[in-house]
Design a protein around this ligand. Structure first.
Ligand SMILES: Cc1cc2nc3c(=O)[nH]c(=O)nc-3n(C[C@H](O)[C@H](O)[C@H](O)COP(=O)(O)OP(=O)(O)OC[C@H]3O[C@@H](n4cnc5c(N)ncnc54)[C@H](O)[C@@H]3O)c2cc1C
Length: 439
C-alpha cells in the first residue's frame, strides 16, 4: 500500500540499518503505521560484521534467524593475539555465565541489512529507499520531515520520530547535542581481503584481534573465503599519516608482524575505507516526540563487536517503550528514561574495559586470565553481549576491576602513558568515512 505524503504516520524512522529496521518491524507488528526513510538503496556496503550471541534471540523474534544463518560464518568465540605474549588467548561463548546461545555469526553487512529491511517491508512497514531526511521540525502533536528524493516532494508527518540514522545522527547533529568521547579518541581503516592464511585464527569462525604498538587489528572471517580486516589506531599514530589511505593502511598492517604473516598472500577486494573520530554520545536519547536508537545515540570503539547488538537490542526496548507511550503519552517520560538508563548502563560497562584495553595491565589480564571466583565467565558474558545481566555478574566484574587496579599499581607510570595516548589530541586527522580513491 502506498500512502499520500499528507497522511500522518504513527512513527517515522530515519535510517534503514539494523536499528531502524528492527524498531520499524516491531512497531508494525504491534499495529502501528510506520515509514522508514533510507538514504541509500540496499544492498550497500557497511562496516560492523561481527555479531554477538545475544543478537540471535532478536533475529528469532524478527523471524529472520534462518535466512541470516544461511549467509553467515559461524562464530564460536573471540581470540586475542598480543606482541608481548607467546600464546593466543581464546574466549568461547560457551564459557559465559549464561551460555545460551553458545555462538554468534559474522556477516557481510550488505546482505544482513538487506534481509532486515526487506523483512520490515514484508511485515507492513512502508520503506522508502534513496530518500534522505534533510531536516526535522517538531510541532504540536508530532514531527515534520523534509525528505530529499521523494517523488512528490511533500514533507512527511508522523506522531513520533525515531532517529536511527547511525553515525550521521540527523537529530543530534541538528540540535548540536552530540559529545565526542575524549577518553577514547581514535579512527579506523578497513577493507575486505581474499586469501588470508588459515593460521590467522586458532579455530575457524573466531574473530581474531591482534594488538600492536599503535592499537589493534581485527580479522573477521566471512563466507566465500572473504575476510574483513581493519585497524583501529591511536590518535598520535594517525597524525603521522602522509600519503594515501591505501598506503597508510598497508604500512600499518605491516607494523604487526603476526597479522602481516597471515596476510602475506592476501589481496584486497574492496577499496580501503576510513572512519574518523568515532566515539561519541548524544546529550539525551530522547526528547519531546523523538527517540534516538543505535549509533544515532551512542557509538563506542568496536573492539568487543558490540555495535549491532546495542543497536538491535536498543531498538527492541525502544519499540516497546514507543508503543506504550503512543497508547498513553503520560507514561512517555518514564518509559524513555528507562530506555536511556538501560543503554547507558551497558555502554558504561563496556567502555570501562575499552578505555583500559591497551594498557599493559589489561593486556596481561586478558592474555592470562584466571577463573578466580568465576571472573573469566563474567568477562565472557560481557564479550557475548550479556551486558545487563544480574545473578553474580556485577560483583564478578568488580572483582576483575579490583585485580586490574592492583596490577596497575605495579607499573603505574607505563599504564598511565598508554591510557594517555588514546586521549591526547582534540581530533583525529582522518576525515570521517573516507574512501580511498574516491573523489
Ligand atoms: C570501523 C568500525 C568497525 C565496526 N565493527 C563492528 C563489529 O565488528 N561488530 C558490530 O556489532 N559493530 C561494529 N561496528 C559498529 C556498527 O557498524 C554499528 O554499531 C551498527 O551499524 C549500528 O547500526 P545502526 O542501525 O544504528 O546504524 P547504521 O548501520 O549506520 O544504519 C544507519 C542507516 O541510516 C541511513 N541514513 C543516514 N542518514 C540518513 C538520512 N539523513 N536519511 C535517511 N537515511 C539515513 C544510512 O544510510 C544507514 O543505512 C563497527 C563500526 C565501525 C566504524
Amino acid at each position: 500500500m502506498t500512502s499520500t505524503a499528507r497522511e500522518t504516520y504513527d512513527v517515522a524512522v530515519i535510517g534503514g540499518g539494523p536499528a531502524g529496521a528492527t524498531v520499524a518491524t516491531l512497531l508494525a507488528e504491534s499495529g502501528r503505521r510506520v515509514v522508514v526513510f533510507e538514504k541509500h538503496r540496499h544492498p550497500r556496503f557497511h562496516i560492523g560484521e561481527s555479531l554477538l550471541p545475544k543478537n540471535l534471540p532478536i533475529l528469532e523474534r524478527l523471524g529472520v534467524a534462518e535466512e541470516i544463518r544461511a549467509i553467515s560464518m559461524y562464530k564460536p568465540g573471540a581470540e586475542f593475539i598480543s606482541p608481548d605474549h607467546e600464546a593466543r588467548q581464546a574466549f568461547y561463548f560457551g564459557e559465559a555465565l549464561d551460555p545460551r546461545p553458545d555462538h554468534a555469526y559474522q556477516v557481510e553487512r550488505a546482505r544482513f541489512d538487506e534481509i532486515l529491511l526487506r523483512n520490515a517491508r514484508e511485515k507492513g512497514v512502508e520503506v522508502r529507499e534513496d530518500c534522505a531526511v534533510t531536516a526535522v521540525a517538531f510541532e504540536d502533536g508530532g514531527c515534520r520531515l523534509t525528505v530529499k528524493g521523494q517523488e512528490d516532494g511533500e514533507p512527511c508527518r508522523a506522531r513520533f520520530l525515531v532517529d536511527a540514522s547511525g553515525r550521521d545522527g540527523v537529530v543530534a547533529r541538528q540540535s548540536g547535542g552530540r559529545r565526542r568521547d575524549r577518553n577514547h579518541n581514535s579512527a579506523a581503516m578497513f577493507a575486505h581481503f581474499q586469501g588470508v592464511a588459515p593460521e590467522a585464527w586458532s579455530k575457524q569462525g573466531n574473530i581474531a584481534i591482534y594488538m600492536f604498538e599503535h592499537g589493534w587489528i581485527w580479522m573477521i572471517p566471512l563466507q566465500g573465503g572473504l575476510t574483513s580486516v581493519g585497524a583501529v589506531c591511536m590518535p598520535d599514530y594517525l597524525k603521522t599519516r602522509k600519503g594515501s589511505l591505501d598506503a597508510f593502511f598497508l604500512e600499518t598492517l605491516a607494523l604487526c608482524p603476526k597479522a602481516s604473516a597471515a596476510l602475506r598472500e592476501a589481496k584486497a577486494t574492496t577499496p580501503v575505507r576510513g572512519a574518523g573520530n568515532y566515539s561519541y554520545r548524544a546529550e539525551r536519547a530522547y526528547g519531546d516526540g523523538f527517540l534516538l536508537v543505535g549509533d544515532a545515540y551512542v557509538f563506542i570503539d568496536p573492539i568487543f563487536s558490540s555495535g549491532v547488538f546495542l543497536a538491535m537490542s536498543g531498538a527492541e526496548s525502544a519499540a516497546a517503550a514507543i508503543d506504550q507511550a503512543l497508547a498513553d503519552p503520560r507514561k512517555a517520560e518514564r518509559l524513555f528514561r528507562g530506555y536511556q538508563r538501560w543503554i547507558d548502563r551497558g555502554v558504561d560497562r563496556l567502555s570501562w574495559f575499552i578505555y583500559r584495553f591497551n594498557t599493559p595491565a589489561m593486556r596481561n589480564l586478558f592474555m592470562a586470565p584466571r577463573n578466580v571466583l568465576g571472573v573469566r565467565n563474567a568477562v565472557v558474558s560481557l564479550l557475548a553481549g550479556d551486558i545487563c545481566r544480574s545473578g553474580g555478574f556485577s560483583w564478578r566484574l568488580s572483582v576483575f576491576k579490583a585485580i586490574y587496579f592492583v596490577s596497575l599499581l605495579i607499573d603505574f607510570r607505563s599504564n598511565r602513558l598508554w591510557r594517555g595516548r588514546w586521549r591526547g589530541f582534540r581530533s583525529v586527522s582522518m576525515p570521517e568515512d573516507e574512501v580511498a580513491g574516491a573523489s
